[in-house]
Design a protein around this ligand. Structure first.
Ligand SMILES: NC(=O)c1ccc[n+]([C@@H]2O[C@H](COP(=O)([O-])OP(=O)(O)OC[C@H]3O[C@@H](n4cnc5c(N)ncnc54)[C@H](OP(=O)(O)O)[C@@H]3O)[C@@H](O)[C@H]2O)c1
Length: 283
């Protein structure tokens, strides 16, 4: 039995489905089972919150391995999962981390990346059999542009910075391999798409695939953060995004790895392929 978290989000739902289709028993931990209604009925639903130790302890009972997707700022959910897995007598966790956990910080305040690295450190110190999946930005982040695309103009704070965005389906396929096969404990995999694109290039692809024309307005990461704060986004959140956009604008997430190909035997999907599969979401 495999426990999948984040099953209503970008990767967890795809992963639960893939494992189910491969014939594996699957349990999902979801805050609201109604939101997981479209998953196959044979998938077991456990209602619970990753921040609640009792919920997590209940969810990990009898599972062979856990796919852990964490949200929230710190390491609380990491420690809760480590304790629960250890208490249940299990050992294997596939951690959805990020390339941000291993990018060299560009300031003494590496917001987001610092938190991601701290989670990995805690996992390493736990002594459990942990596998670290470190994806680049998700192709599905393009859906964050939806309002701008519908309005005809998207504000871009990453300039000419390229990013090798990855299709969440490919992350899920890598997670399925590392969950169901032996030999991945203690290893980290950098998961990227096959090409590094600027935001402008991604938006041009969306325009070609959907037939919607999209204008682009370039701003600096700082200008973008200030506009967010003016629009009542909490300052800490805007500052974290400013840091991230600075990393992207400097091209720090532009590199391409072959880990998807090596793990799954298939090359990762292009951004265009992801767009074609999700074109309806942009219409
Ligand atoms: N987006 C990227 O570019 C990117 C890149 C690298 C790494 N990552 C990592 O990928 C992960 C997913 O990122 P995402 O932003 O794309 O998220 P997402 O897929 O939208 O997933 C959020 C999921 O978390 C669930 N969730 C939230 N809080 C929860 C809680 N307290 N207890 C249980 N479940 C909870 C949500 O469920 P409900 O709301 O339905 O309850 C939803 O299924 C994050 O760990 C992030 O660091 C993301």
């Amino acid at each position: 039995m495999y426990l999948i978290t984040g099953a209503t989000g970008n990767v967890g739902g795809l992963l639960a489905r893939q494992l189910h289709d491969q014939g594996h028993p699957v349990r999902v931990l979801v805050r609201d089972p109604a939101r997981a209604a479209d998953l196959p009925v044979a998938i077991e639903r456990v209602a619970g919150d990753l921040s609640n130790p009792d919920d997590v302890a209940h969810a990990v009972k009898g599972v062979d391995a856990v796919f852990l997707m964490q949200v929230g700022g710190g390491t609380d959910q990491t420690q809760i999962m480590i304790d629960a897995v250890r208490d249940a007598g299990g050992s294997r966790i596939i951690l959805l981390s990020s390339v941000g956990a291993r990018l060299m910080p560009i300031s003494d305040n590496p917001i987001i990346g610092g938190a991601l690295a701290a989670r990995e450190d805690l996992m390493r110190e736990s002594g459990l059999d942990v596998t670290y999946l470190r994806p680049n930005g998700f192709a599905s982040n393009a859906l964050w542009w939806l309002d701008g695309i519908r309005a005809g103009k998207v504000v871009v704070p990453t300039g000419d910075g390229r990013q090798a965005v990855i299709d969440p389906e490919d992350i899920a396929r890598c997670a399925a391999v590392t969950l169901t096969e032996n030999g991945h404990a203690g290893k980290g995999y950098t998961l990227t798409g096959p090409e590094a694109l600027t935001a402008r290039e991604q938006l041009a692809t969306i325009a070609e695939v959907t037939g919607r024309s999209v204008d682009v307005e370039d701003v600096t990461p700082h200008e973008f953060a200030q506009a967010q704060i003016a629009a009542d986004v909490p300052a800490g959140q805007a500052q974290a995004l400013e840091y991230l956009n600075t990393v992207f604008s400097k091209g720090r997430a532009a590199y391409i790895s072959d880990d998807v190909q090596n793990l799954t035997g298939r090359p990762p999907a292009t951004f265009r392929t992801w767009c074609e599969r999700n074109a309806d979401a942009f219409r």
